[in-house]
Design a protein around this ligand. Structure first.
Ligand SMILES: [Zn+2]
Length: 342
């Protein structure tokens, strides 16, 4: 009888734990099942002027809303329900705009905390070079516990950026800072990654620091090889093929089929990496669509990639796995007594 009771208690604990898992959007906590079809790596506005140069955002919110809202409404009409916005702090992250666009479009939108060290450290604030990993991690933790810039809006993931591998000392310090926060909060870590060697280096650091490989999302895994993607996916790392472009649909199909061949679609995330950049022509501010091969943003996956994958034999179930089942697994946060969760 006692054994039955213990078994029952254990089962109850397991089910309670999983039902406590949530995803953090700019409008607050969401049940993982509410994400629906998700684009895991897109942008709304970005500003590439460099860290600590001007006060951001440089545009009026009305300009951004009138430019971008129709595309978000069209995306929602195509059946996408959640957009993960990957613009980090100091590259134009604008959480109030994201919250307003989420409310108006009906899309769930996620934002992030963290710093981007790729591109010659141009997007890092000065304190990164002076502070240790724990101090930097505490800055991000404050965004997690108290909200970003007084808005009350909380990050749904940690976003970092590194160049080609192996990681240099600053990149490694920021990854360690991210790992510290991930352990406390349960937030996953997205790392913009220059090549497969850098991804391998990230994996080695998170293994050394004893963070589960499932917490690491290899952003821009299209910059690696099939062999590198397969090796890290087999270890549990998320493979994010996130630059789907109308000019390179065939290449994405081949990369996805190589993962399917090894039964690794359960580790795959896909997206376009579309968005707008802030242009400042002598004080005249405008927003320009990224020129990455998608003339209309956020559309190539629905209209070109998925039909092509179906032709090449992917089933509806496999497509649901990639677009619906995987994102909440990658983004799910399960509170525990060790984690900071107010
Ligand atoms: Zn991006």
């Amino acid at each position: 009888m006692r054994l039955v009771y213990l078994l029952f208690s254990a089962l109850l604990l397991v089910s309670c734990n999983s039902s406590r898992t949530y995803v953090m959007s700019v409008q607050g906590k969401l049940k993982p099942g509410k994400l629906g079809p998700t684009l895991v790596h897109e942008h709304i506005t970005t500003d590439f002027i460099g860290a600590e140069k001007v006060k951001q955002p440089q545009y009026e919110q009305d300009l951004a809303s009138s430019t971008i809202l129709p595309h978000l409404e069209a995306l929602k009409a195509r059946g996408i329900n959640t957009l993960v916005e990957c613009t980090p702090n100091h590259i134009g992250r604008d959480v109030r705009l994201l919250q307003s666009l989420s409310e108006r479009s009906g899309l769930n939108i996620l934002t992030n905390t963290g710093y981007y060290a790729a591109v010659d450290k141009k997007y890092l604030p000065q304190h990164v070079f002076e502070e240790d990993a724990a101090t930097i991690s505490a800055r991000w933790e404050k965004e997690w516990t108290d909200g970003i810039e007084g808005s009350g809006i909380r990050p749904g993931f940690i976003k970092l950026g590194v160049g080609r591998g192996p990681l240099d000392a600053v990149e490694e310090k920021l990854l360690v800072a991210g790992i510290m926060l991930s352990k406390k909060s349960g937030l996953p870590i997205y790392v913009h990654t220059g090549d497969g060697a850098a991804a391998q280096s990230e994996y080695e650091i998170i293994s050394r620091e004893e963070l589960a490989p499932e917490r690491l999302i290899w952003v821009h895994a299209q910059n690696g090889t099939d062999a590198e993607r397969i090796a890290l996916a087999q270890k549990g790392v998320w493979i994010s093929l996130d630059g789907v472009s109308a000019t390179r649909v065939d290449q994405y199909v081949e990369m996805i089929l190589a993962l399917k061949e090894k039964d690794l679609l359960s580790r795959l995330l896909i997206s376009h990496d579309d968005g707008w950049s802030v242009e400042n022509q002598k004080g005249e501010i405008s927003l320009k669509l990224f020129g990455n091969g998608n003339e209309i943003p956020y559309r190539t996956i629905s209209e070109q990639l998925i039909p092509e994958l179906k032709k090449r034999g992917l089933t509806a179930r496999e497509l649901d796995q990639i677009l619906i089942k995987n994102p909440p697994k990658a983004l799910g946060i399960t509170p525990s007594s060790r984690k900071v969760d107010r």
